[in-house]
Design a protein around this ligand. Structure first.
Ligand code: GLY
Ligand code: MN
Ligand code: MN
Length: 436
């Protein structure tokens, strides 16, 4: 399960090929962050670093040097230390890194100031993502300055800094069979969690109690963390897009919007379901819910090779406006309403985003000023919604405070689209049957 050492090695080789000769790439691990006195946040390796190494230890640096005689992939990592390991667990150490991580060469991180300037010296291009970690940025500049200070001795500092993410993030955008398998498993776990939340929901429970059901399913299935803080918004709270307080009581007659997805083996899932707290949709809830579901179905149908990134969004917006006109929340000609963006007070976000190791994954949405064309292997979410603010004066009171989003994770295939997040009911009849 997960990604094989061979695939990590293939990724490094592919990046090295694109870098070309006379260059070096430098990629640090994520930093450990303090939560409060003596307590750190749980460490999560950086996605780029993990994508190229599978290595989960902090205080590490990956260096790639195309054509280097003693190996092109070099890892700097912590040295083994029996006392520390007694407290904090096993450290791989440079001696074992070649076998366990599959890199060609490895050195103690403590020696990096002595070794890395010599590796950089003589190269023309440094591939490095500037601006993500200011402390590490300073260290890179220090290493460059070591070389600059030796020009009179014939040292040659690099002439060019290139954004490492340019090639790397385009690689990450296209998911391999192994990656899709992990993402499929993550999505199935999350779908199960949403189903459990529907089964356990009752008026009088608190939002955090549904969060507990979700978290239980994630961890019980081997996911050690959510991919992002779960959103459990009952009633009006469902209209707050990034609501994470999850502290209110769930009331009969309200909807509850749950946006929650687990992370599994460094891959995210991202699912939203909206359902009635008491198991039964009201007429108004039904009308708007069906509108969002129609929008989602239209958007999913627009996910296929050859269509571009914005096609699913356009399809969703069309269905949303159709529904709003049908139910009298907007009045006028559908195309004009779309052109004038009259739907924006009710549908203010986009219909999806790339998904992968990061929930909002890397990859360009436009290339050369044009929407990116969808190709097999790209993974994205499809998540239209409708949010009628509790104080919205432009609609009848009966529509106010209804927040609905329906979100699934899909992959573009040769034939069209594959939905990964199946298993969480979304048809009105299915939800009502499950909750009855
Ligand atoms: N859960 C974050 C999002 O749906 O984009
Ligand atoms: Mn989401
Ligand atoms: Mn999403």
């Amino acid at each position: 399960m997960g990604i094989t050492l061979k695939e990590f090695s293939t990724r490094r080789k592919k990046l090295i090929e694109q870098m070309g000769g006379n260059s070096i790439a430098i990629l640090p691990s994520a930093p450990v962050r303090t939560r409060n006195r003596d307590v750190d946040y749980p460490f999560r390796q950086g996605s780029d670093f993990h994508y190229l190494t599978g290595f989960v230890e902090p205080d590490s640096v990956l260096v790639l040097i195309p054509g280097r005689e003693h190996g092109e992939s070099i890892l700097f990592c912590k040295e083994r230390d029996i006392t520390k390991e007694l407290w904090d667990g096993v450290i791989t150490g440079p001696e074992r890194a070649m076998e366990m991580v599959g890199v060609d060469d490895a050195f103690p991180i403590g020696d990096i100031d002595d070794i890395l300037p010599n590796m950089i010296e003589g190269t023309e291009k440094v591939f490095y993502s500037m601006g993500l970690d200011s402390q590490f940025d300073s260290r890179v500049m220090e290493w460059i300055n070591v070389i600059r200070s030796k020009v009179r001795n014939g040292a040659h500092p690099p002439g060019e800094f290139v954004a490492l993410e340019h090639f790397l993030h385009d690689m990450r955008l296209f998911k391999s069979a192994q990656e899709i398998k992990v993402m499929d498993k993550a999505a199935k776990i999350s779908a199960k969690a949403h189903k459990r939340a529907m089964e356990k929901c009752k008026p009088g429970k608190f939002e955090y109690q549904l969060e507990a059901e979700i978290t239980h399913t994630f961890m019980d299935a081997g996911s050690r963390s959510a991919a992002y803080p779960s959103i459990i918004g009952g009633g009006d709270n469902g209209c707050i897009l990034h609501y994470i307080d999850n502290a209110s009581e769930l009331k009969s007659g309200d909807l509850v919007l749950i946006d929650a997805g687990c992370e599994l083996d460094y891959y995210a899932s991202d699912i939203t379901r909206t359902f009635p707290v008491n198991g039964c949709f009201s007429e108004e809830q039904k009308a708007l819910y069906q509108t969002v579901l129609n929008a989602q179905n239209a958007a999913i149908a627009a996910v296929k090779p050859g269509n571009h990134w914005n096609h699913p969004h356009e399809a969703a917006v069309h269905a949303i406006v159709e529904g709003l006109v049908e139910h009298g929340l907007l009045k006028g000609d559908i195309n004009t309403l779309i052109e004038e963006e009259s739907y924006k007070p009710f549908y203010m976000h986009r219909t999806g985003h790339w998904i992968g190791m990061d929930v909002h994954d890397v990859g360009e949405y436009k290339v050369g000023g044009e929407w990116r064309v969808l190709e097999p292997g790209m993974a994205l979410t499809v998540e239209p919604g409708l949010y009628i603010a509790p104080d919205c004066k432009d609609v009848e009171p009966r529509w106010r405070g209804i927040g609905i989003r329906i979100e699934d994770d899909v992959v573009v295939t040769k034939q069209g689209v594959r939905i990964l997040s199946e298993g969480a009911p979304k048809e009105i009849s299915e939800i009502e049957a499950l909750m009855s």
